[in-house]
Ligand binder design. Structure first.
Ligand SMILES: Nc1ncnc2c1ncn2[C@@H]1O[C@H](COP(=O)(O)OP(=O)(O)O)[C@@H](O)[C@H]1O
Ligand SMILES: [Mg+2]
Length: 240
């Protein structure tokens, strides 16, 4: 059975999609079969894996019987992905669960990229997930929304929720311009699974770069988080 992990945050623009794609690619390099399900109607996973505007079908088309699962799954950037329909019209929680069950035998990991907020897209993202990752940047506004989101995930049956602190800048951390990690953990009340540094190469990924690549400063952070998800015991160090 696939491990189904929802990636959420509450606020937009904190790095959910970048984390979903980077982690998927890191898990794929470890030999796992991985699919990312874009649950944000604004769609961005396709751009980050270099599939651009080439996709004919989305997972909504599968649910509504307009195409097969194979038609909607795209292979790009070393992983599989399915893009999101432009609206959730006609999508029910039951149908979403059925779609997720269909992925169970095919993949080791299903990473579900939630939109911001805790509304329909978030609920659809959570409904079949067995565990979750909340992504926070180290600032108080984001951290507060992440605490609330983690609680909401629990309400929709997501049992094991972990925290990733993203976009950490060492210099700012030292000068107390960012919340330190202990404060973020205390405020969210979620157990930390990893820390990802600010990395220009992540920002440039939609322009043709890669999120998970050896020369990227976030490479080790993604590798370590992937290993922890895979059950390996990797010590949490200052930066990853
Ligand atoms: N660790 C990081 N370093 C630098 N830029 C990042 C990092 N994580 C995310 N970003 C940038 O932040 C913006 C929002 O990221 P995205 O993954 O789309 O967030 P979300 O899915 O939460 O809306 C993008 O421009 C992305 O490139
Ligand atoms: Mg996103």
């Amino acid at each position: 059975m696939a491990k189904k992990i929802v990636i959420a945050s509450g606020k937009g623009g904190v790095g959910k999609t970048s984390v979903a794609v980077g982690l998927a690619q890191a898990l794929a390099v470890r030999g796992r079969s991985v699919i990312v399900i874009d649950c944000d109607t604004l769609r961005s996973v396709d751009l980050l894996v270099g599939a651009g505007e080439t996709l004919l079908y989305d997972w909504g088309d599968v649910i509504l019987g307009r195409c097969s699962l194979d038609d909607a799954v795209c292979q790009a950037g070393g992983i599989c992905m399915m893009t999101c329909p432009h609206t959730y019209q006609g999508i029910t929680l039951k149908k979403m669960k059925e779609l997720m069950s269909a992925l169970d035998k095919r993949y080791d990991y299903v990473l579900i990229d939630s939109p911001a907020g805790v509304e329909m897209g978030f609920i659809l993202s959570c409904i079949a997930a067995d565990s979750g990752i909340v992504v926070s940047t180290p600032d108080p506004v984001c951290v507060r929304s992440v605490g609330t989101t983690a609680n909401e995930m629990g309400n929709y049956g997501v049992k094991d929720v972990r925290l990733i602190i993203n976009r950490v800048i060492k210099r700012d951390l030292k000068r107390s311009r960012m919340l330190n990690f202990d404060s973020v953990i205390d405020m969210t009340e979620v157990q930390l699974i990893g820390v990802i540094p600010e990395d220009d190469r992540i920002r440039f990924a939609p322009m043709g770069g890669k999120i998970y690549e050896r020369r990227n400063s976030s490479y080790r952070a993604f590798s370590n988080i992937a290993a922890r998800l895979d059950g390996e015991s990797v010590l949490l160090s200052y930066y990853c």
